[in-house]
Design a protein around this ligand. Sequence first.
Ligand SMILES: N[C@@H](CCC(=O)N[C@@H](CS)C(=O)NCC(=O)O)C(=O)O
Length: 211
Amino acid sequence: MPMVFFDCPTAPNPRRVRMVIAEKGLGIETREISIAAGEHLAPGFLRINPRATLPVLVTEAGQALTETVAIADYLEALHPEPALMGRGIEERAAVLNWNAVVEGQGGRPVFDAFRNSHPAMQDRAVTGARDYPQIAALAERAQEQVADFHAMIEDRLQQSPFVATDHFTLADITCFVILDFARVIRRPVPAGNRATLSWQRHIRQRPSAAA
Ligand SMILES: N[C@@H](CCC(=O)N[C@@H](CS)C(=O)NCC(=O)O)C(=O)O
């Protein structure tokens, strides 16, 4: 069975996987699922991922991986170069650690603010097959947390050329995609955050940034 990548062109987590695939120069059979059209809630897709989220990578053995980190780790094991998960145990630990920090302190509030305020997300405040109403106060709190995230990542990038190590990794992909997606909640990187803006310009030049 060939490997199949289930993608959604408008969503940030699938974009992280597209960037990993582009960085590694892989050609993987891809099927597009439209979240906007509700295709991820159709019975055929729920049989593949009962949690109704994208991305999904179905491996050659038929296992459905539904988490970006697991997909990136799997592709790295098959195609080690270029290394995006760190070289050696210290680097790998740093990549997993920083990736989780960025997902938790950046991704969580950006997604909370978007899902709990955007008209397109009405009753879709939480991913999954079940509908949940928006909570306006949660969106407001999340906006404050996004400001904290911008400050935290600026501090980090003043000390380190990349988020996790001295080279480009999955943690940079995650941070780049989240900062870009924050346009939907009108939170660009603040003009004074020079280290973040310079790192962002540098990553925009990579071909994978267009993925
Ligand atoms: N933990 C998952 C998160 C996947 C996720 O939340 N994907 C979003 C798109 S970025 C989704 O499927 N949303 C479906 C919806 O909005 O109903 C990952 O690591 O990729």
